[in-house]
Design a protein around this ligand. Structure first.
Ligand SMILES: [Cu+2]
Length: 228
């Protein structure tokens, strides 16, 4: 009996947490009536090794005026080599080779390509270019993804780094094994877009107190003038 109650409570809590995301999927869930999908300011994927690679780093997604700014900093790559980097459709890293992350995220149903081809998978981020120490930094601004769970949203999907370069070929750039991956989540620095102010219903709330009374100093002793 007690176990059932506990399960019921945690089940409800999970549904409540998922509510904003369920809504964005155009679901018919009754929860959708009570929630909205806010776009975050910042998401992050912490990249960790797959298999026996030693590839680690982070990919940060920032909402900026002209799109989404992507900043990837990855180490442990093959020195002086190119490594494909993509957003894949599922944040499911349950399989050892990360195949459970699925295909490239492709909400626009385009063919594979590398930036700056405008017609490409939204997940096609191109290549990391490692330096002589195996470190790479990639910065680019894109306009085909959003930082929410909508149709173009990348929350909960995965960033995958591959063993080989993305050559732009079909269907996925001949990029080889998946050697590192991370799930895209909400950054601790994220803030949702500010909601528009909700007008107060008439008759509710008292009128503001008149701002009198505090004009005189409350501690007259502090400003004693010296008699001369
Ligand atoms: Cu990939």
């Amino acid at each position: 009996m007690k176990a059932n109650q506990t399960l019921g409570a945690s089940g409800f809590a999970i549904l409540a947490l998922l509510a904003p995301f369920l809504n964005a999927q155009e679901s018919t869930s009754p929860l959708s009536a009570h929630s909205s999908s806010a776009e975050m300011k910042k998401l992050v994927a912490i990249i960790r090794p797959i298999g026996n690679s030693n590839v680690r780093g982070s990919v940060v997604f920032d909402k900026v005026d002209d799109g989404i700014l992507i900043n990837a900093k990855i180490g442990g790559l093959t020195p002086n080599a190119h490594h494909a980097i993509h957003i894949h459709e599922f944040g499911d890293l349950g399989s050892e080779d990360a195949s459970s992350a699925g295909d490239h995220f492709n909400p626009g149903d385009h063919s594979h390509a590398i930036p700056d081809e405008s017609e490409r998978h939204a997940g096609d981020l191109g290549n990391l270019q490692a330096d002589g120490d195996g470190n790479a930094v990639l910065t680019l601004v894109v306009n085909n993804i959003t930082l929410d769970a909508g149709k173009r949203g990348i929350i909960g999907r995965a960033v995958i780094v591959h063993a080989k370069a993305d050559d732009g070929g079909q269907p996925s750039g001949n990029a080889g094994d998946r050697i590192a991956a991370g799930v895209i989540g909400i950054s601790k620095d994220a803030r949702p877009e500010p909601a528009p102010p909700t007008p107060k219903p008439p008759g509710e709330g008292k009128p503001a107190e008149p701002e009198q009374k505090e004009t005189r100093p409350t501690t007259p002793d502090t400003d004693v003038s010296v008699d001369e």
